[in-house]
Design a binder for this molecule. Structure first.
Ligand code: HGY
Ligand code: MN
Ligand code: MN
Length: 432
């Protein structure tokens, strides 16, 4: 691992620097909610732990003197007004929910970083023309229902009833029912949409979750675009049989069919990933097996498949190939196969002007940065549909994420937060 640039103290703008001790205190407090063995953090959306993390954030926002608004799904907005309280606002934030056995930084860095930026602005009475808001979006991770960026999709007015059809958690709870319990139904899915004219920009500080910044020895990434997923389920329907009495040639084993498809996903994505343009990655991250016992031939499997690329063309082509291959495998084995769509998203370009603002600040401070795409999905991909959206990356140790070993140097978290704050100030004072 190449040595990162020597961490230099966060250089402030006209002497005003964010408070690193307070930033890390609150980040660690959030990180303790849902922590288990080996430091693994689990805060699945709408779980008690995840709700508790949002409660803590509301407390911290209150302490910071922000005006708090919580929408029907539970997205939290903490507002600090500027000179013109009616002007479109500059938002900054991310999410607090996690994957199962994840790390402490994916999401909270962006929420607590934004909170620290706004607290510092308020304490130092830094003049702002437009309001600024800290935002925590609910359910960014697809880990529970297979549906990602839920809260920001609702704010962007990007949730369609059909997208919810196959959004079910492993216990069989349908996302649609959870939304209905919150008063959100097919008829009012766009009721949480934020009017684009009320927004000036959205910024998100996030860990890179990959190896590029560390490999290049850089501390800051300025993000150009966000890769997007095609997510769907492949259901193989064979026949459950006795594992001892059923001859091999008579079996309709759904799990062996699944194994062939899983290997194909890796093979076809590797093939496409050799091409520079339109790199594709594919994952079968979850599988259900029925009856799922040692002495029965698996009769039915359900594979959750995630295919991504920074170009829609490559992503769509590989997703089609995987779906076609699933049907071929089933046909050859005389078993059934059903493809259940979860969600189709297109890669999202981020705002060039916002990127330039942070780039200028880095240049003035002599901070080396990398201009790069994001392989991971983020709330910014939804917010980019209703306002100018930008992202600032900070390095992940050995590129590890969605894993308890996820780690980012507090100096880098502070530097990213300082840059976030100074970018927010510039945008909030820019004439539209
Ligand atoms: O799945 C993702 O890309 C993100 O970590 N939610
Ligand atoms: Mn994540
Ligand atoms: Mn994230």
């Amino acid at each position: 691992m190449r040595q990162l640039q020597k961490p230099h103290p966060v250089q402030s703008q006209n002497g005003i620097a964010i408070n690193q001790r307070r930033l890390m205190r609150d980040l660690n407090a959030i990180g303790r909610i849902g922590i288990g063995d080996h430091g693994a953090v689990t805060r699945l959306v709408f779980s008690i732990k995840e709700l508790r993390s949002r409660q803590l954030l509301i407390h911290l926002m209150r302490q910071a003197g922000l005006q708090i608004h919580i929408d029907a799904i539970g997205n939290i907005f903490g507002r600090l007004n500027g000179k013109d309280s009616k002007a479109p606002a500059v938002l900054a934030g991310s999410h607090l929910d996690t994957v199962i056995h994840g790390g402490k930084y994916d999401g909270p860095v962006g929420v607590i970083g934004a909170l620290e930026a706004v607290r510092t602005i308020r304490e130092n009475q830094i003049p702002l023309h437009s309001p600024v808001e800290v935002v925590c979006f609910v359910g960014e991770e697809s880990s529970r229902f297979g549906f990602s960026t839920l809260g920001s999709s609702l704010v962007a007015g990007e949730v369609r009833a059909k997208d919810l059809a196959n959004a079910v958690d492993p216990q069989g709870t349908k996302l649609e029912h959870v939304l209905a319990s919150l008063g959100i139904t097919r008829r009012n899915l766009t009721s949480l949409k934020r009017a684009p004219k009320s927004l000036k920009a959205y910024l998100e500080l996030h860990i890179e979750q990959g190896p590029i910044l560390e490999a290049k020895g850089k501390r800051i990434g300025l993000v150009t675009s966000i890769a997007a997923p095609s997510r769907f389920k492949a259901v193989f329907k064979g026949r459950a049989d006795h594992s001892g009495t059923t001859p091999m040639e008579m079996r309709k084993d759904a799990l062996v069919a699944s194994a062939q498809l899983i290997e194909y996903v890796e093979k076809v994505c590797r093939k496409f990933s050799s091409m520079k343009k339109g790199r594709v990655v594919g994952t079968v991250g979850a599988m259900k097996i029925e009856p799922g016992v040692i002495n029965a031939v698996p009769g039915k499997t359900e594979l959750s498949i995630d295919i991504r690329s920074t170009t829609a063309r490559s992503k769509d082509r590989v997703a089609r190939m995987v779906k076609r291959r699933a049907q071929e495998i089933a046909r050859r084995r005389s078993i059934g196969c059903e493809i259940l769509p979860i969600r189709e998203e297109n890669p999202v370009p981020l705002d060039k002007r916002l990127l330039r603002v942070t780039q200028e600040i880095c240049d003035q401070k002599g901070i080396d940065y990398e201009i790069m795409p994001s392989g991971a999905g983020h709330d910014a991909m939804q917010m980019a549909k209703i306002t100018a959206a930008g992202m600032i990356f900070i390095p992940s140790l050995r590129g590890i994420s969605h894993n308890p070993l996820e780690w980012t140097d507090p100096e880098d978290i502070s530097l990213g937060t300082q840059l976030l704050m100074e970018t927010m100030i510039r945008i909030a004072n820019e004439k539209l």
